[in-house]
Design a protein around this ligand. Sequence first.
Ligand code: PGA
Length: 256
Amino acid sequence: MRQPLVIANWKMNMTLSETEEFVRRFAQEDMGSSSVEMVICAPFIALSLLGTLLQQTSLLLGAQNMHWEKEGAFTGEISPLMLREIGVCFVIAGHSERRIQFGETDGQVARKVAAAFAFGLIPILCVGENDEERLTGKTEAVIQRQLLAAVSAMEQEQERHKLIVAYEPVWAIGTGTPAHSGDAAAAAAFIRSLLHEKWGERAVDVRILYGGSVNPENITAYTGRPEIDGALVGNSSLKPASYAAMVRAVAAGRGD
Ligand code: PGA
């Protein structure tokens, strides 16, 4: 059984005081004994603080990016070793905002995914087509290229089934226009079939999420699908009540 999860991607939001306030208010939410895994991917500058604050909670810590080298002359970068040291467990790799705005390539994403495993971090690999690619019928080709490039460097990796893949169509991110849940489920099934071809039965353990304009009202349309194991959420994850509502909705949908 794959454990469902709701990952918050705070992007370049939340100051340190807002971060403290989020944790304080989230602690007041009634989360019951939910089996849903909860991960907060915060800006680098808040990770150390969160590493301490989250010790009293069941929220887990994630980063939004990292370099693939352990250390060295890479001005402005953060290494996997640094993330491990402060209690980070997850790291997003290849988010479309990094691919598009910062020119991150498939090759760099592959190195990040491999480095994450090498340092005991779980990569959250983002794949997904843009609007033009969708309209010209290239969705599967784009997913296939991004996915296979990213997992190419981890053929011998024992832990590779811990990989998390987020299907995030670029046109659905931050637009208020989410993908149709049936299309998202088809993309998730396609991702699993590609991993199955490469890895065989172990691919069954990989968690596949949907991301793009997910909110408390629509989240279960995705997580209610057997192909989709959770969500990667931007805007709607910034408010503790909204994040808590999404986690509760997923848990209720699973019969917790
Ligand atoms: P959104 O962002 O929920 O604000 O659309 C999702 C993401 O970019 O991961």
